[in-house]
Design a protein around this ligand. Structure first.
Ligand code: UT7
Length: 325
């Protein structure tokens, strides 16, 4: 049977030049490199320059993804940008990316699912492609979380960083088998009862301010591993695959302890896990495409590899995407 699959034809990423180390942070709040590394695995994070906004990071990552895919910006008909830190309340930062790339056809919009944003955006793009509404999508995760951190709050400011990652996703005829290249299955979840465990205490309608990120870290941690493993097991059930079949596990990069505990629970071998949290911190919607692009460019992820992506974040939102590269 002939079906349409969404295949990734190129990836790209961008990190701002400025690096903030744990030692730098220890000069700003009562913390230490030892505490941060032990509790999170994070050693450093990148911070956007003054005046550098989310759409700038997104545009840079998108250009690299287009180059890797060997296509022109004008070949793209859809841009979906996952971000919780848009340039402005509106318009969507995706339309700024569209203009930056010189695209005047098609459509662009933002998806807001915080740390699960890239998984949501990829799933949305896949649905648009399989329905015929889109042929070639730029799917981007980009964040400037440094702008919504309370830099006096040591429980949150040490965790996050800025960055962007992107993929080109395009329609391809396939046989409808698990051996097809492209997205094989996606599973999205949310549960708004948990919204106060990880949120921003401002917004245009509520306070007319931007606000700062607030998190009950221990509570989020408590739920994370169970939610992550649930949606990965959903992907296994939908395809008949199991942990041994995976070539790579590319999780959202919030905390090394959460990544290790999830992999252990799922029996995914440690050498299959791509980890960038040590260098990037938690870049929210950007963390998966940043890790993915790094593993593609250093030669780990190769054509036909079976790759599991997963994320969990504010809302709570969570989800998985299983794809064949
Ligand atoms: O991406 C979206 C999803 N987000 C996450 O997945 C984050 C999930 N949560 C976590 O990763 C962890 O809960 C944290 C890394 C945020 C915290 O680690 P924890 O092991 O849960 O520590 P804790 O919150 O239980 O705090 C332990 C102690 C506390 O002191 P007391 O009460 O034991 O005296 C904190 O005040 O560590 C203290 N603490 C710090 N000490 C030094 C909290 N932050 C810091 C800090 N430096 N930066």
């Amino acid at each position: 049977m002939s079906v349409v699959r969404s295949i990734v034809t190129g990836s790209g990423s961008y990190l701002p030049e400025k690096i903030l180390t744990n030692d730098d942070l220890a000069k700003m709040v009562d913390t230490s490199d030892e505490w941060i590394v032990q509790r999170t695995g994070i050693k450093q994070r990148h911070i956007a320059a003054d005046g550098e906004v989310t759409s700038d990071l997104a545009t840079a990552a998108a250009k690299r993804a287009l180059e890797a895919a060997g296509c022109e910006a004008s070949d793209v008909d859809t841009i979906i940008l996952a971000t919780a830190t848009p340039d402005n309340t509106f318009p969507a930062s995706a339309v700024t990316v569209q203009a930056n790339l010189g695209i005047t056809h098609g459509y662009a919009f933002d998806v807001h699912a915080v740390c699960s944003g890239f998984v949501y955006a990829l799933t949305t793009a896949d649905a648009y492609i399989r329905s015929g509404m889109s042929k070639r999508c730029l799917v981007i995760g980009a964040e400037t979380f440094s702008r919504i951190l309370d830099w006096d709050d040591r429980t949150t400011c040490v965790l996050f960083g800025d960055g962007a990652g992107a993929v080109v996703l395009e329609a391809s005829e396939a046989e409808g088998l698990n051996t097809d290249r492209g997205i094989l299955t996606s599973h999205l979840r949310s549960d708004g009862r948990h919204k106060e465990k990880l949120f921003v205490d401002g917004g245009p309608s509520a306070t007319q301010t931007v606000g700062h990120l607030r998190m009950e870290g221990r509570e989020v941690f408590k739920h994370a591993v169970g939610m992550i493993t649930d949606v990965i097991e959903d992907a296994f059930a939908a395809t008949g695959y199991n942990a041994e079949d995976l070539t790579w596990f590319i999780p959202h990069q919030a905390n090394k302890r959460i990544i290790d505990a999830s992999a252990k629970k799922l029996k995914i071998a440690p050498e299959k896990v791509v980890t960038t949290v040590q260098w990037h911190g938690n870049t929210s919607a950007a963390s998966i495409p940043l890790a993915l692009d790094m593993a593609v460019r250093d030669g780990r992820v190769k054509k036909n590899d079976l790759v599991m992506l997963e994320a969990m974040g504010g809302g709570f939102t969570w989800g998985s995407v299983l794809l064949r590269w």
